[in-house]
Design a binder for this molecule. Structure first.
Ligand code: ADP
Ligand code: MG
Length: 252
């Protein structure tokens, strides 16, 4: 079976943060994520300013899985959207290795995100008319891998999450839990340097939740990637290297 090489991490054509290759030929990365004094507020419907993040700072090294816990509405998703560069903070700085996420141009950020950041959303945003393998292969095809190579890799990764028998099924016909596992496969398929997973086990029963957690943590360790995992699930958080708790706009 042909092996698909992950994309070399690049910003504007410059290779960054590569330590070398591991025995599988994958790039080993040496990024550090550093988040400094992040603040973000929103106007609520009554026009009142809601201060969601009031000075959040933390760092994560390559190979680390970090859990973000906190009550519903504490700002976990907001923090993750900021780190992914999907929203702008009011104040503060986010850097992933040499990439300044908070000041990069939209074009640089969009390209970096599509190649090197894997996102798993709470509502998984799969394309329901495409089958499972096509959904997982899509990020590789967007990154200009050939269809055959991309599909081969997608089918292999679905097999690893016990979805081998579902590859040809339109994802709209899969259960919520199955869809969530497809979303995790899709997020990891480009071998991202940073994985942002927002309550990725919300619809899963305990055994699959554990499996998803273990998959993400193992991915961080083996690839030298950083995984940020927002979750309500204490057991899942315990699988990570560190647990950060968001409360009253700050980390504890
Ligand atoms: N775009 C927005 N406009 C207004 N309020 C928002 C927006 N996004 C999030 N919020 C509010 O910010 C708070 C934190 O939301 P969120 O980050 O989704 O929390 P969590 O993921 O921890 O449940 C909530 O009170 C939410 O209603
Ligand atoms: Mg959330």
């Amino acid at each position: 079976m042909s092996k698909v090489q992950p994309l070399k991490p690049q910003i504007d054509g410059r290779t960054i943060g590569v330590q070398g290759r591991d025995t599988d030929g994958h790039w080993r990365l040496d990024f550090r994520l550093s988040v400094t004094d992040l603040r973000k507020s929103f106007l609520d419907r009554a026009g009142e300013r809601l201060e969601v993040l009031r000075g959040v700072s933390f760092g994560a090294d390559a190979g680390e899985a970090v859990a973000i816990m906190g009550a519903s509405g504490a700002g976990k998703s907001t923090l993750q959207h900021l780190v992914a560069g999907l929203e702008e903070p009011d104040h503060g700085r986010i850097a992933l290795g040499p990439l300044e996420i908070t000041s990069a141009s939209p074009a640089t950020l969009a390209k970096f995100r599509s190649n090197h950041i894997g996102l798993v959303f709470q509502f998984h945003h799969l394309l329901s008319d495409l089958n499972a393998a096509e959904n997982v292969a899509l990020p590789l095809m967007i990154a200009r891998k050939g269809r055959r190579e991309a599909m081969t890799q997608a089918i292999q990764s679905l097999g690893n999450l016990a979805l081998g028998s579902r590859v040809a099924q339109p994802v709209g016909q899969l259960s919520g839990g199955e869809q969530q596992r497809v979303a995790v496969c899709r997020a990891l398929i480009t071998q991202p340097s940073l994985v942002i997973a927002d309550e990725p086990t919300g619809n899963l029963d305990a055994s699959f939740a554990g499996e998803i957690g273990e998959t993400l943590v193992a991915y961080a360790r083996s690839r030298g990637a950083i995984v940020l995992l927002a979750t309500h699930n204490e057991r899942l958080a315990q699988l990570c290297d560190r647990i950060l708790v968001l409360k009253d706009g700050r980390l504890h």
